[in-house]
Unconditional design. Structure first.
Length: 144
């Protein structure tokens, strides 16, 4: 019988993975007050990223876009869009590259599972950018 754990370890050499209960890992602050990220899996070769995102109650995640595809599933909390529409837990969204979205106001603490098809990069309406480190996929305030 093949050693599955060794095969998994070999397959993860190009990846940064936080396996097991996610509560064991800290939230990384993003540049916008009350917003956080917890990278669960980052592939150094492709930039593919799975993460948890958190917006604290009352905080606003600003309008932005990404140069690559983003997929998002709201696990908990409620988010208000500029139109007044409220996104409830269980909402699944696919956001095409370059598509502006947000701002999102957290009506209560909100957590979402997100997938980025390349290293996460946020492009703000004024053209400024914020990106995660390419070596480990973690956000670094002021890294752009």
């Amino acid at each position: 019988m093949k050693d599955v754990s060794a095969a998994h370890a070999s397959a993860l050499t190009e990846m940064v993975a936080r396996l097991g209960p996610h509560d064991a890992y800290p939230w990384d602050p993003l540049p916008w007050p009350g917003t956080f990220s917890k990278v669960l899996l980052f592939d150094r070769a492709t930039g593919h990223t799975f993460e948890l995102g958190r917006i604290a109650k009352g905080a606003v995640f600003p309008a932005h876009s990404h140069p690559s595809l983003q997929v998002q599933y709201l696990i908990s909390g409620r988010l208000r869009l500029p139109t007044g529409e409220v996104i409830e837990p269980g909402a699944f969204n696919v956001i095409p590259p370059g598509h502006p979205h947000g701002p999102f106001e957290a009506l209560e603490d909100a957590i979402s599972l997100k997938y980025f098809e390349s290293v996460p990069e946020y492009v703000m309406p004024d053209g400024s950018k914020f990106s995660y480190r390419a070596e480990d996929g973690h956000p670094v305030p002021g890294h752009g």
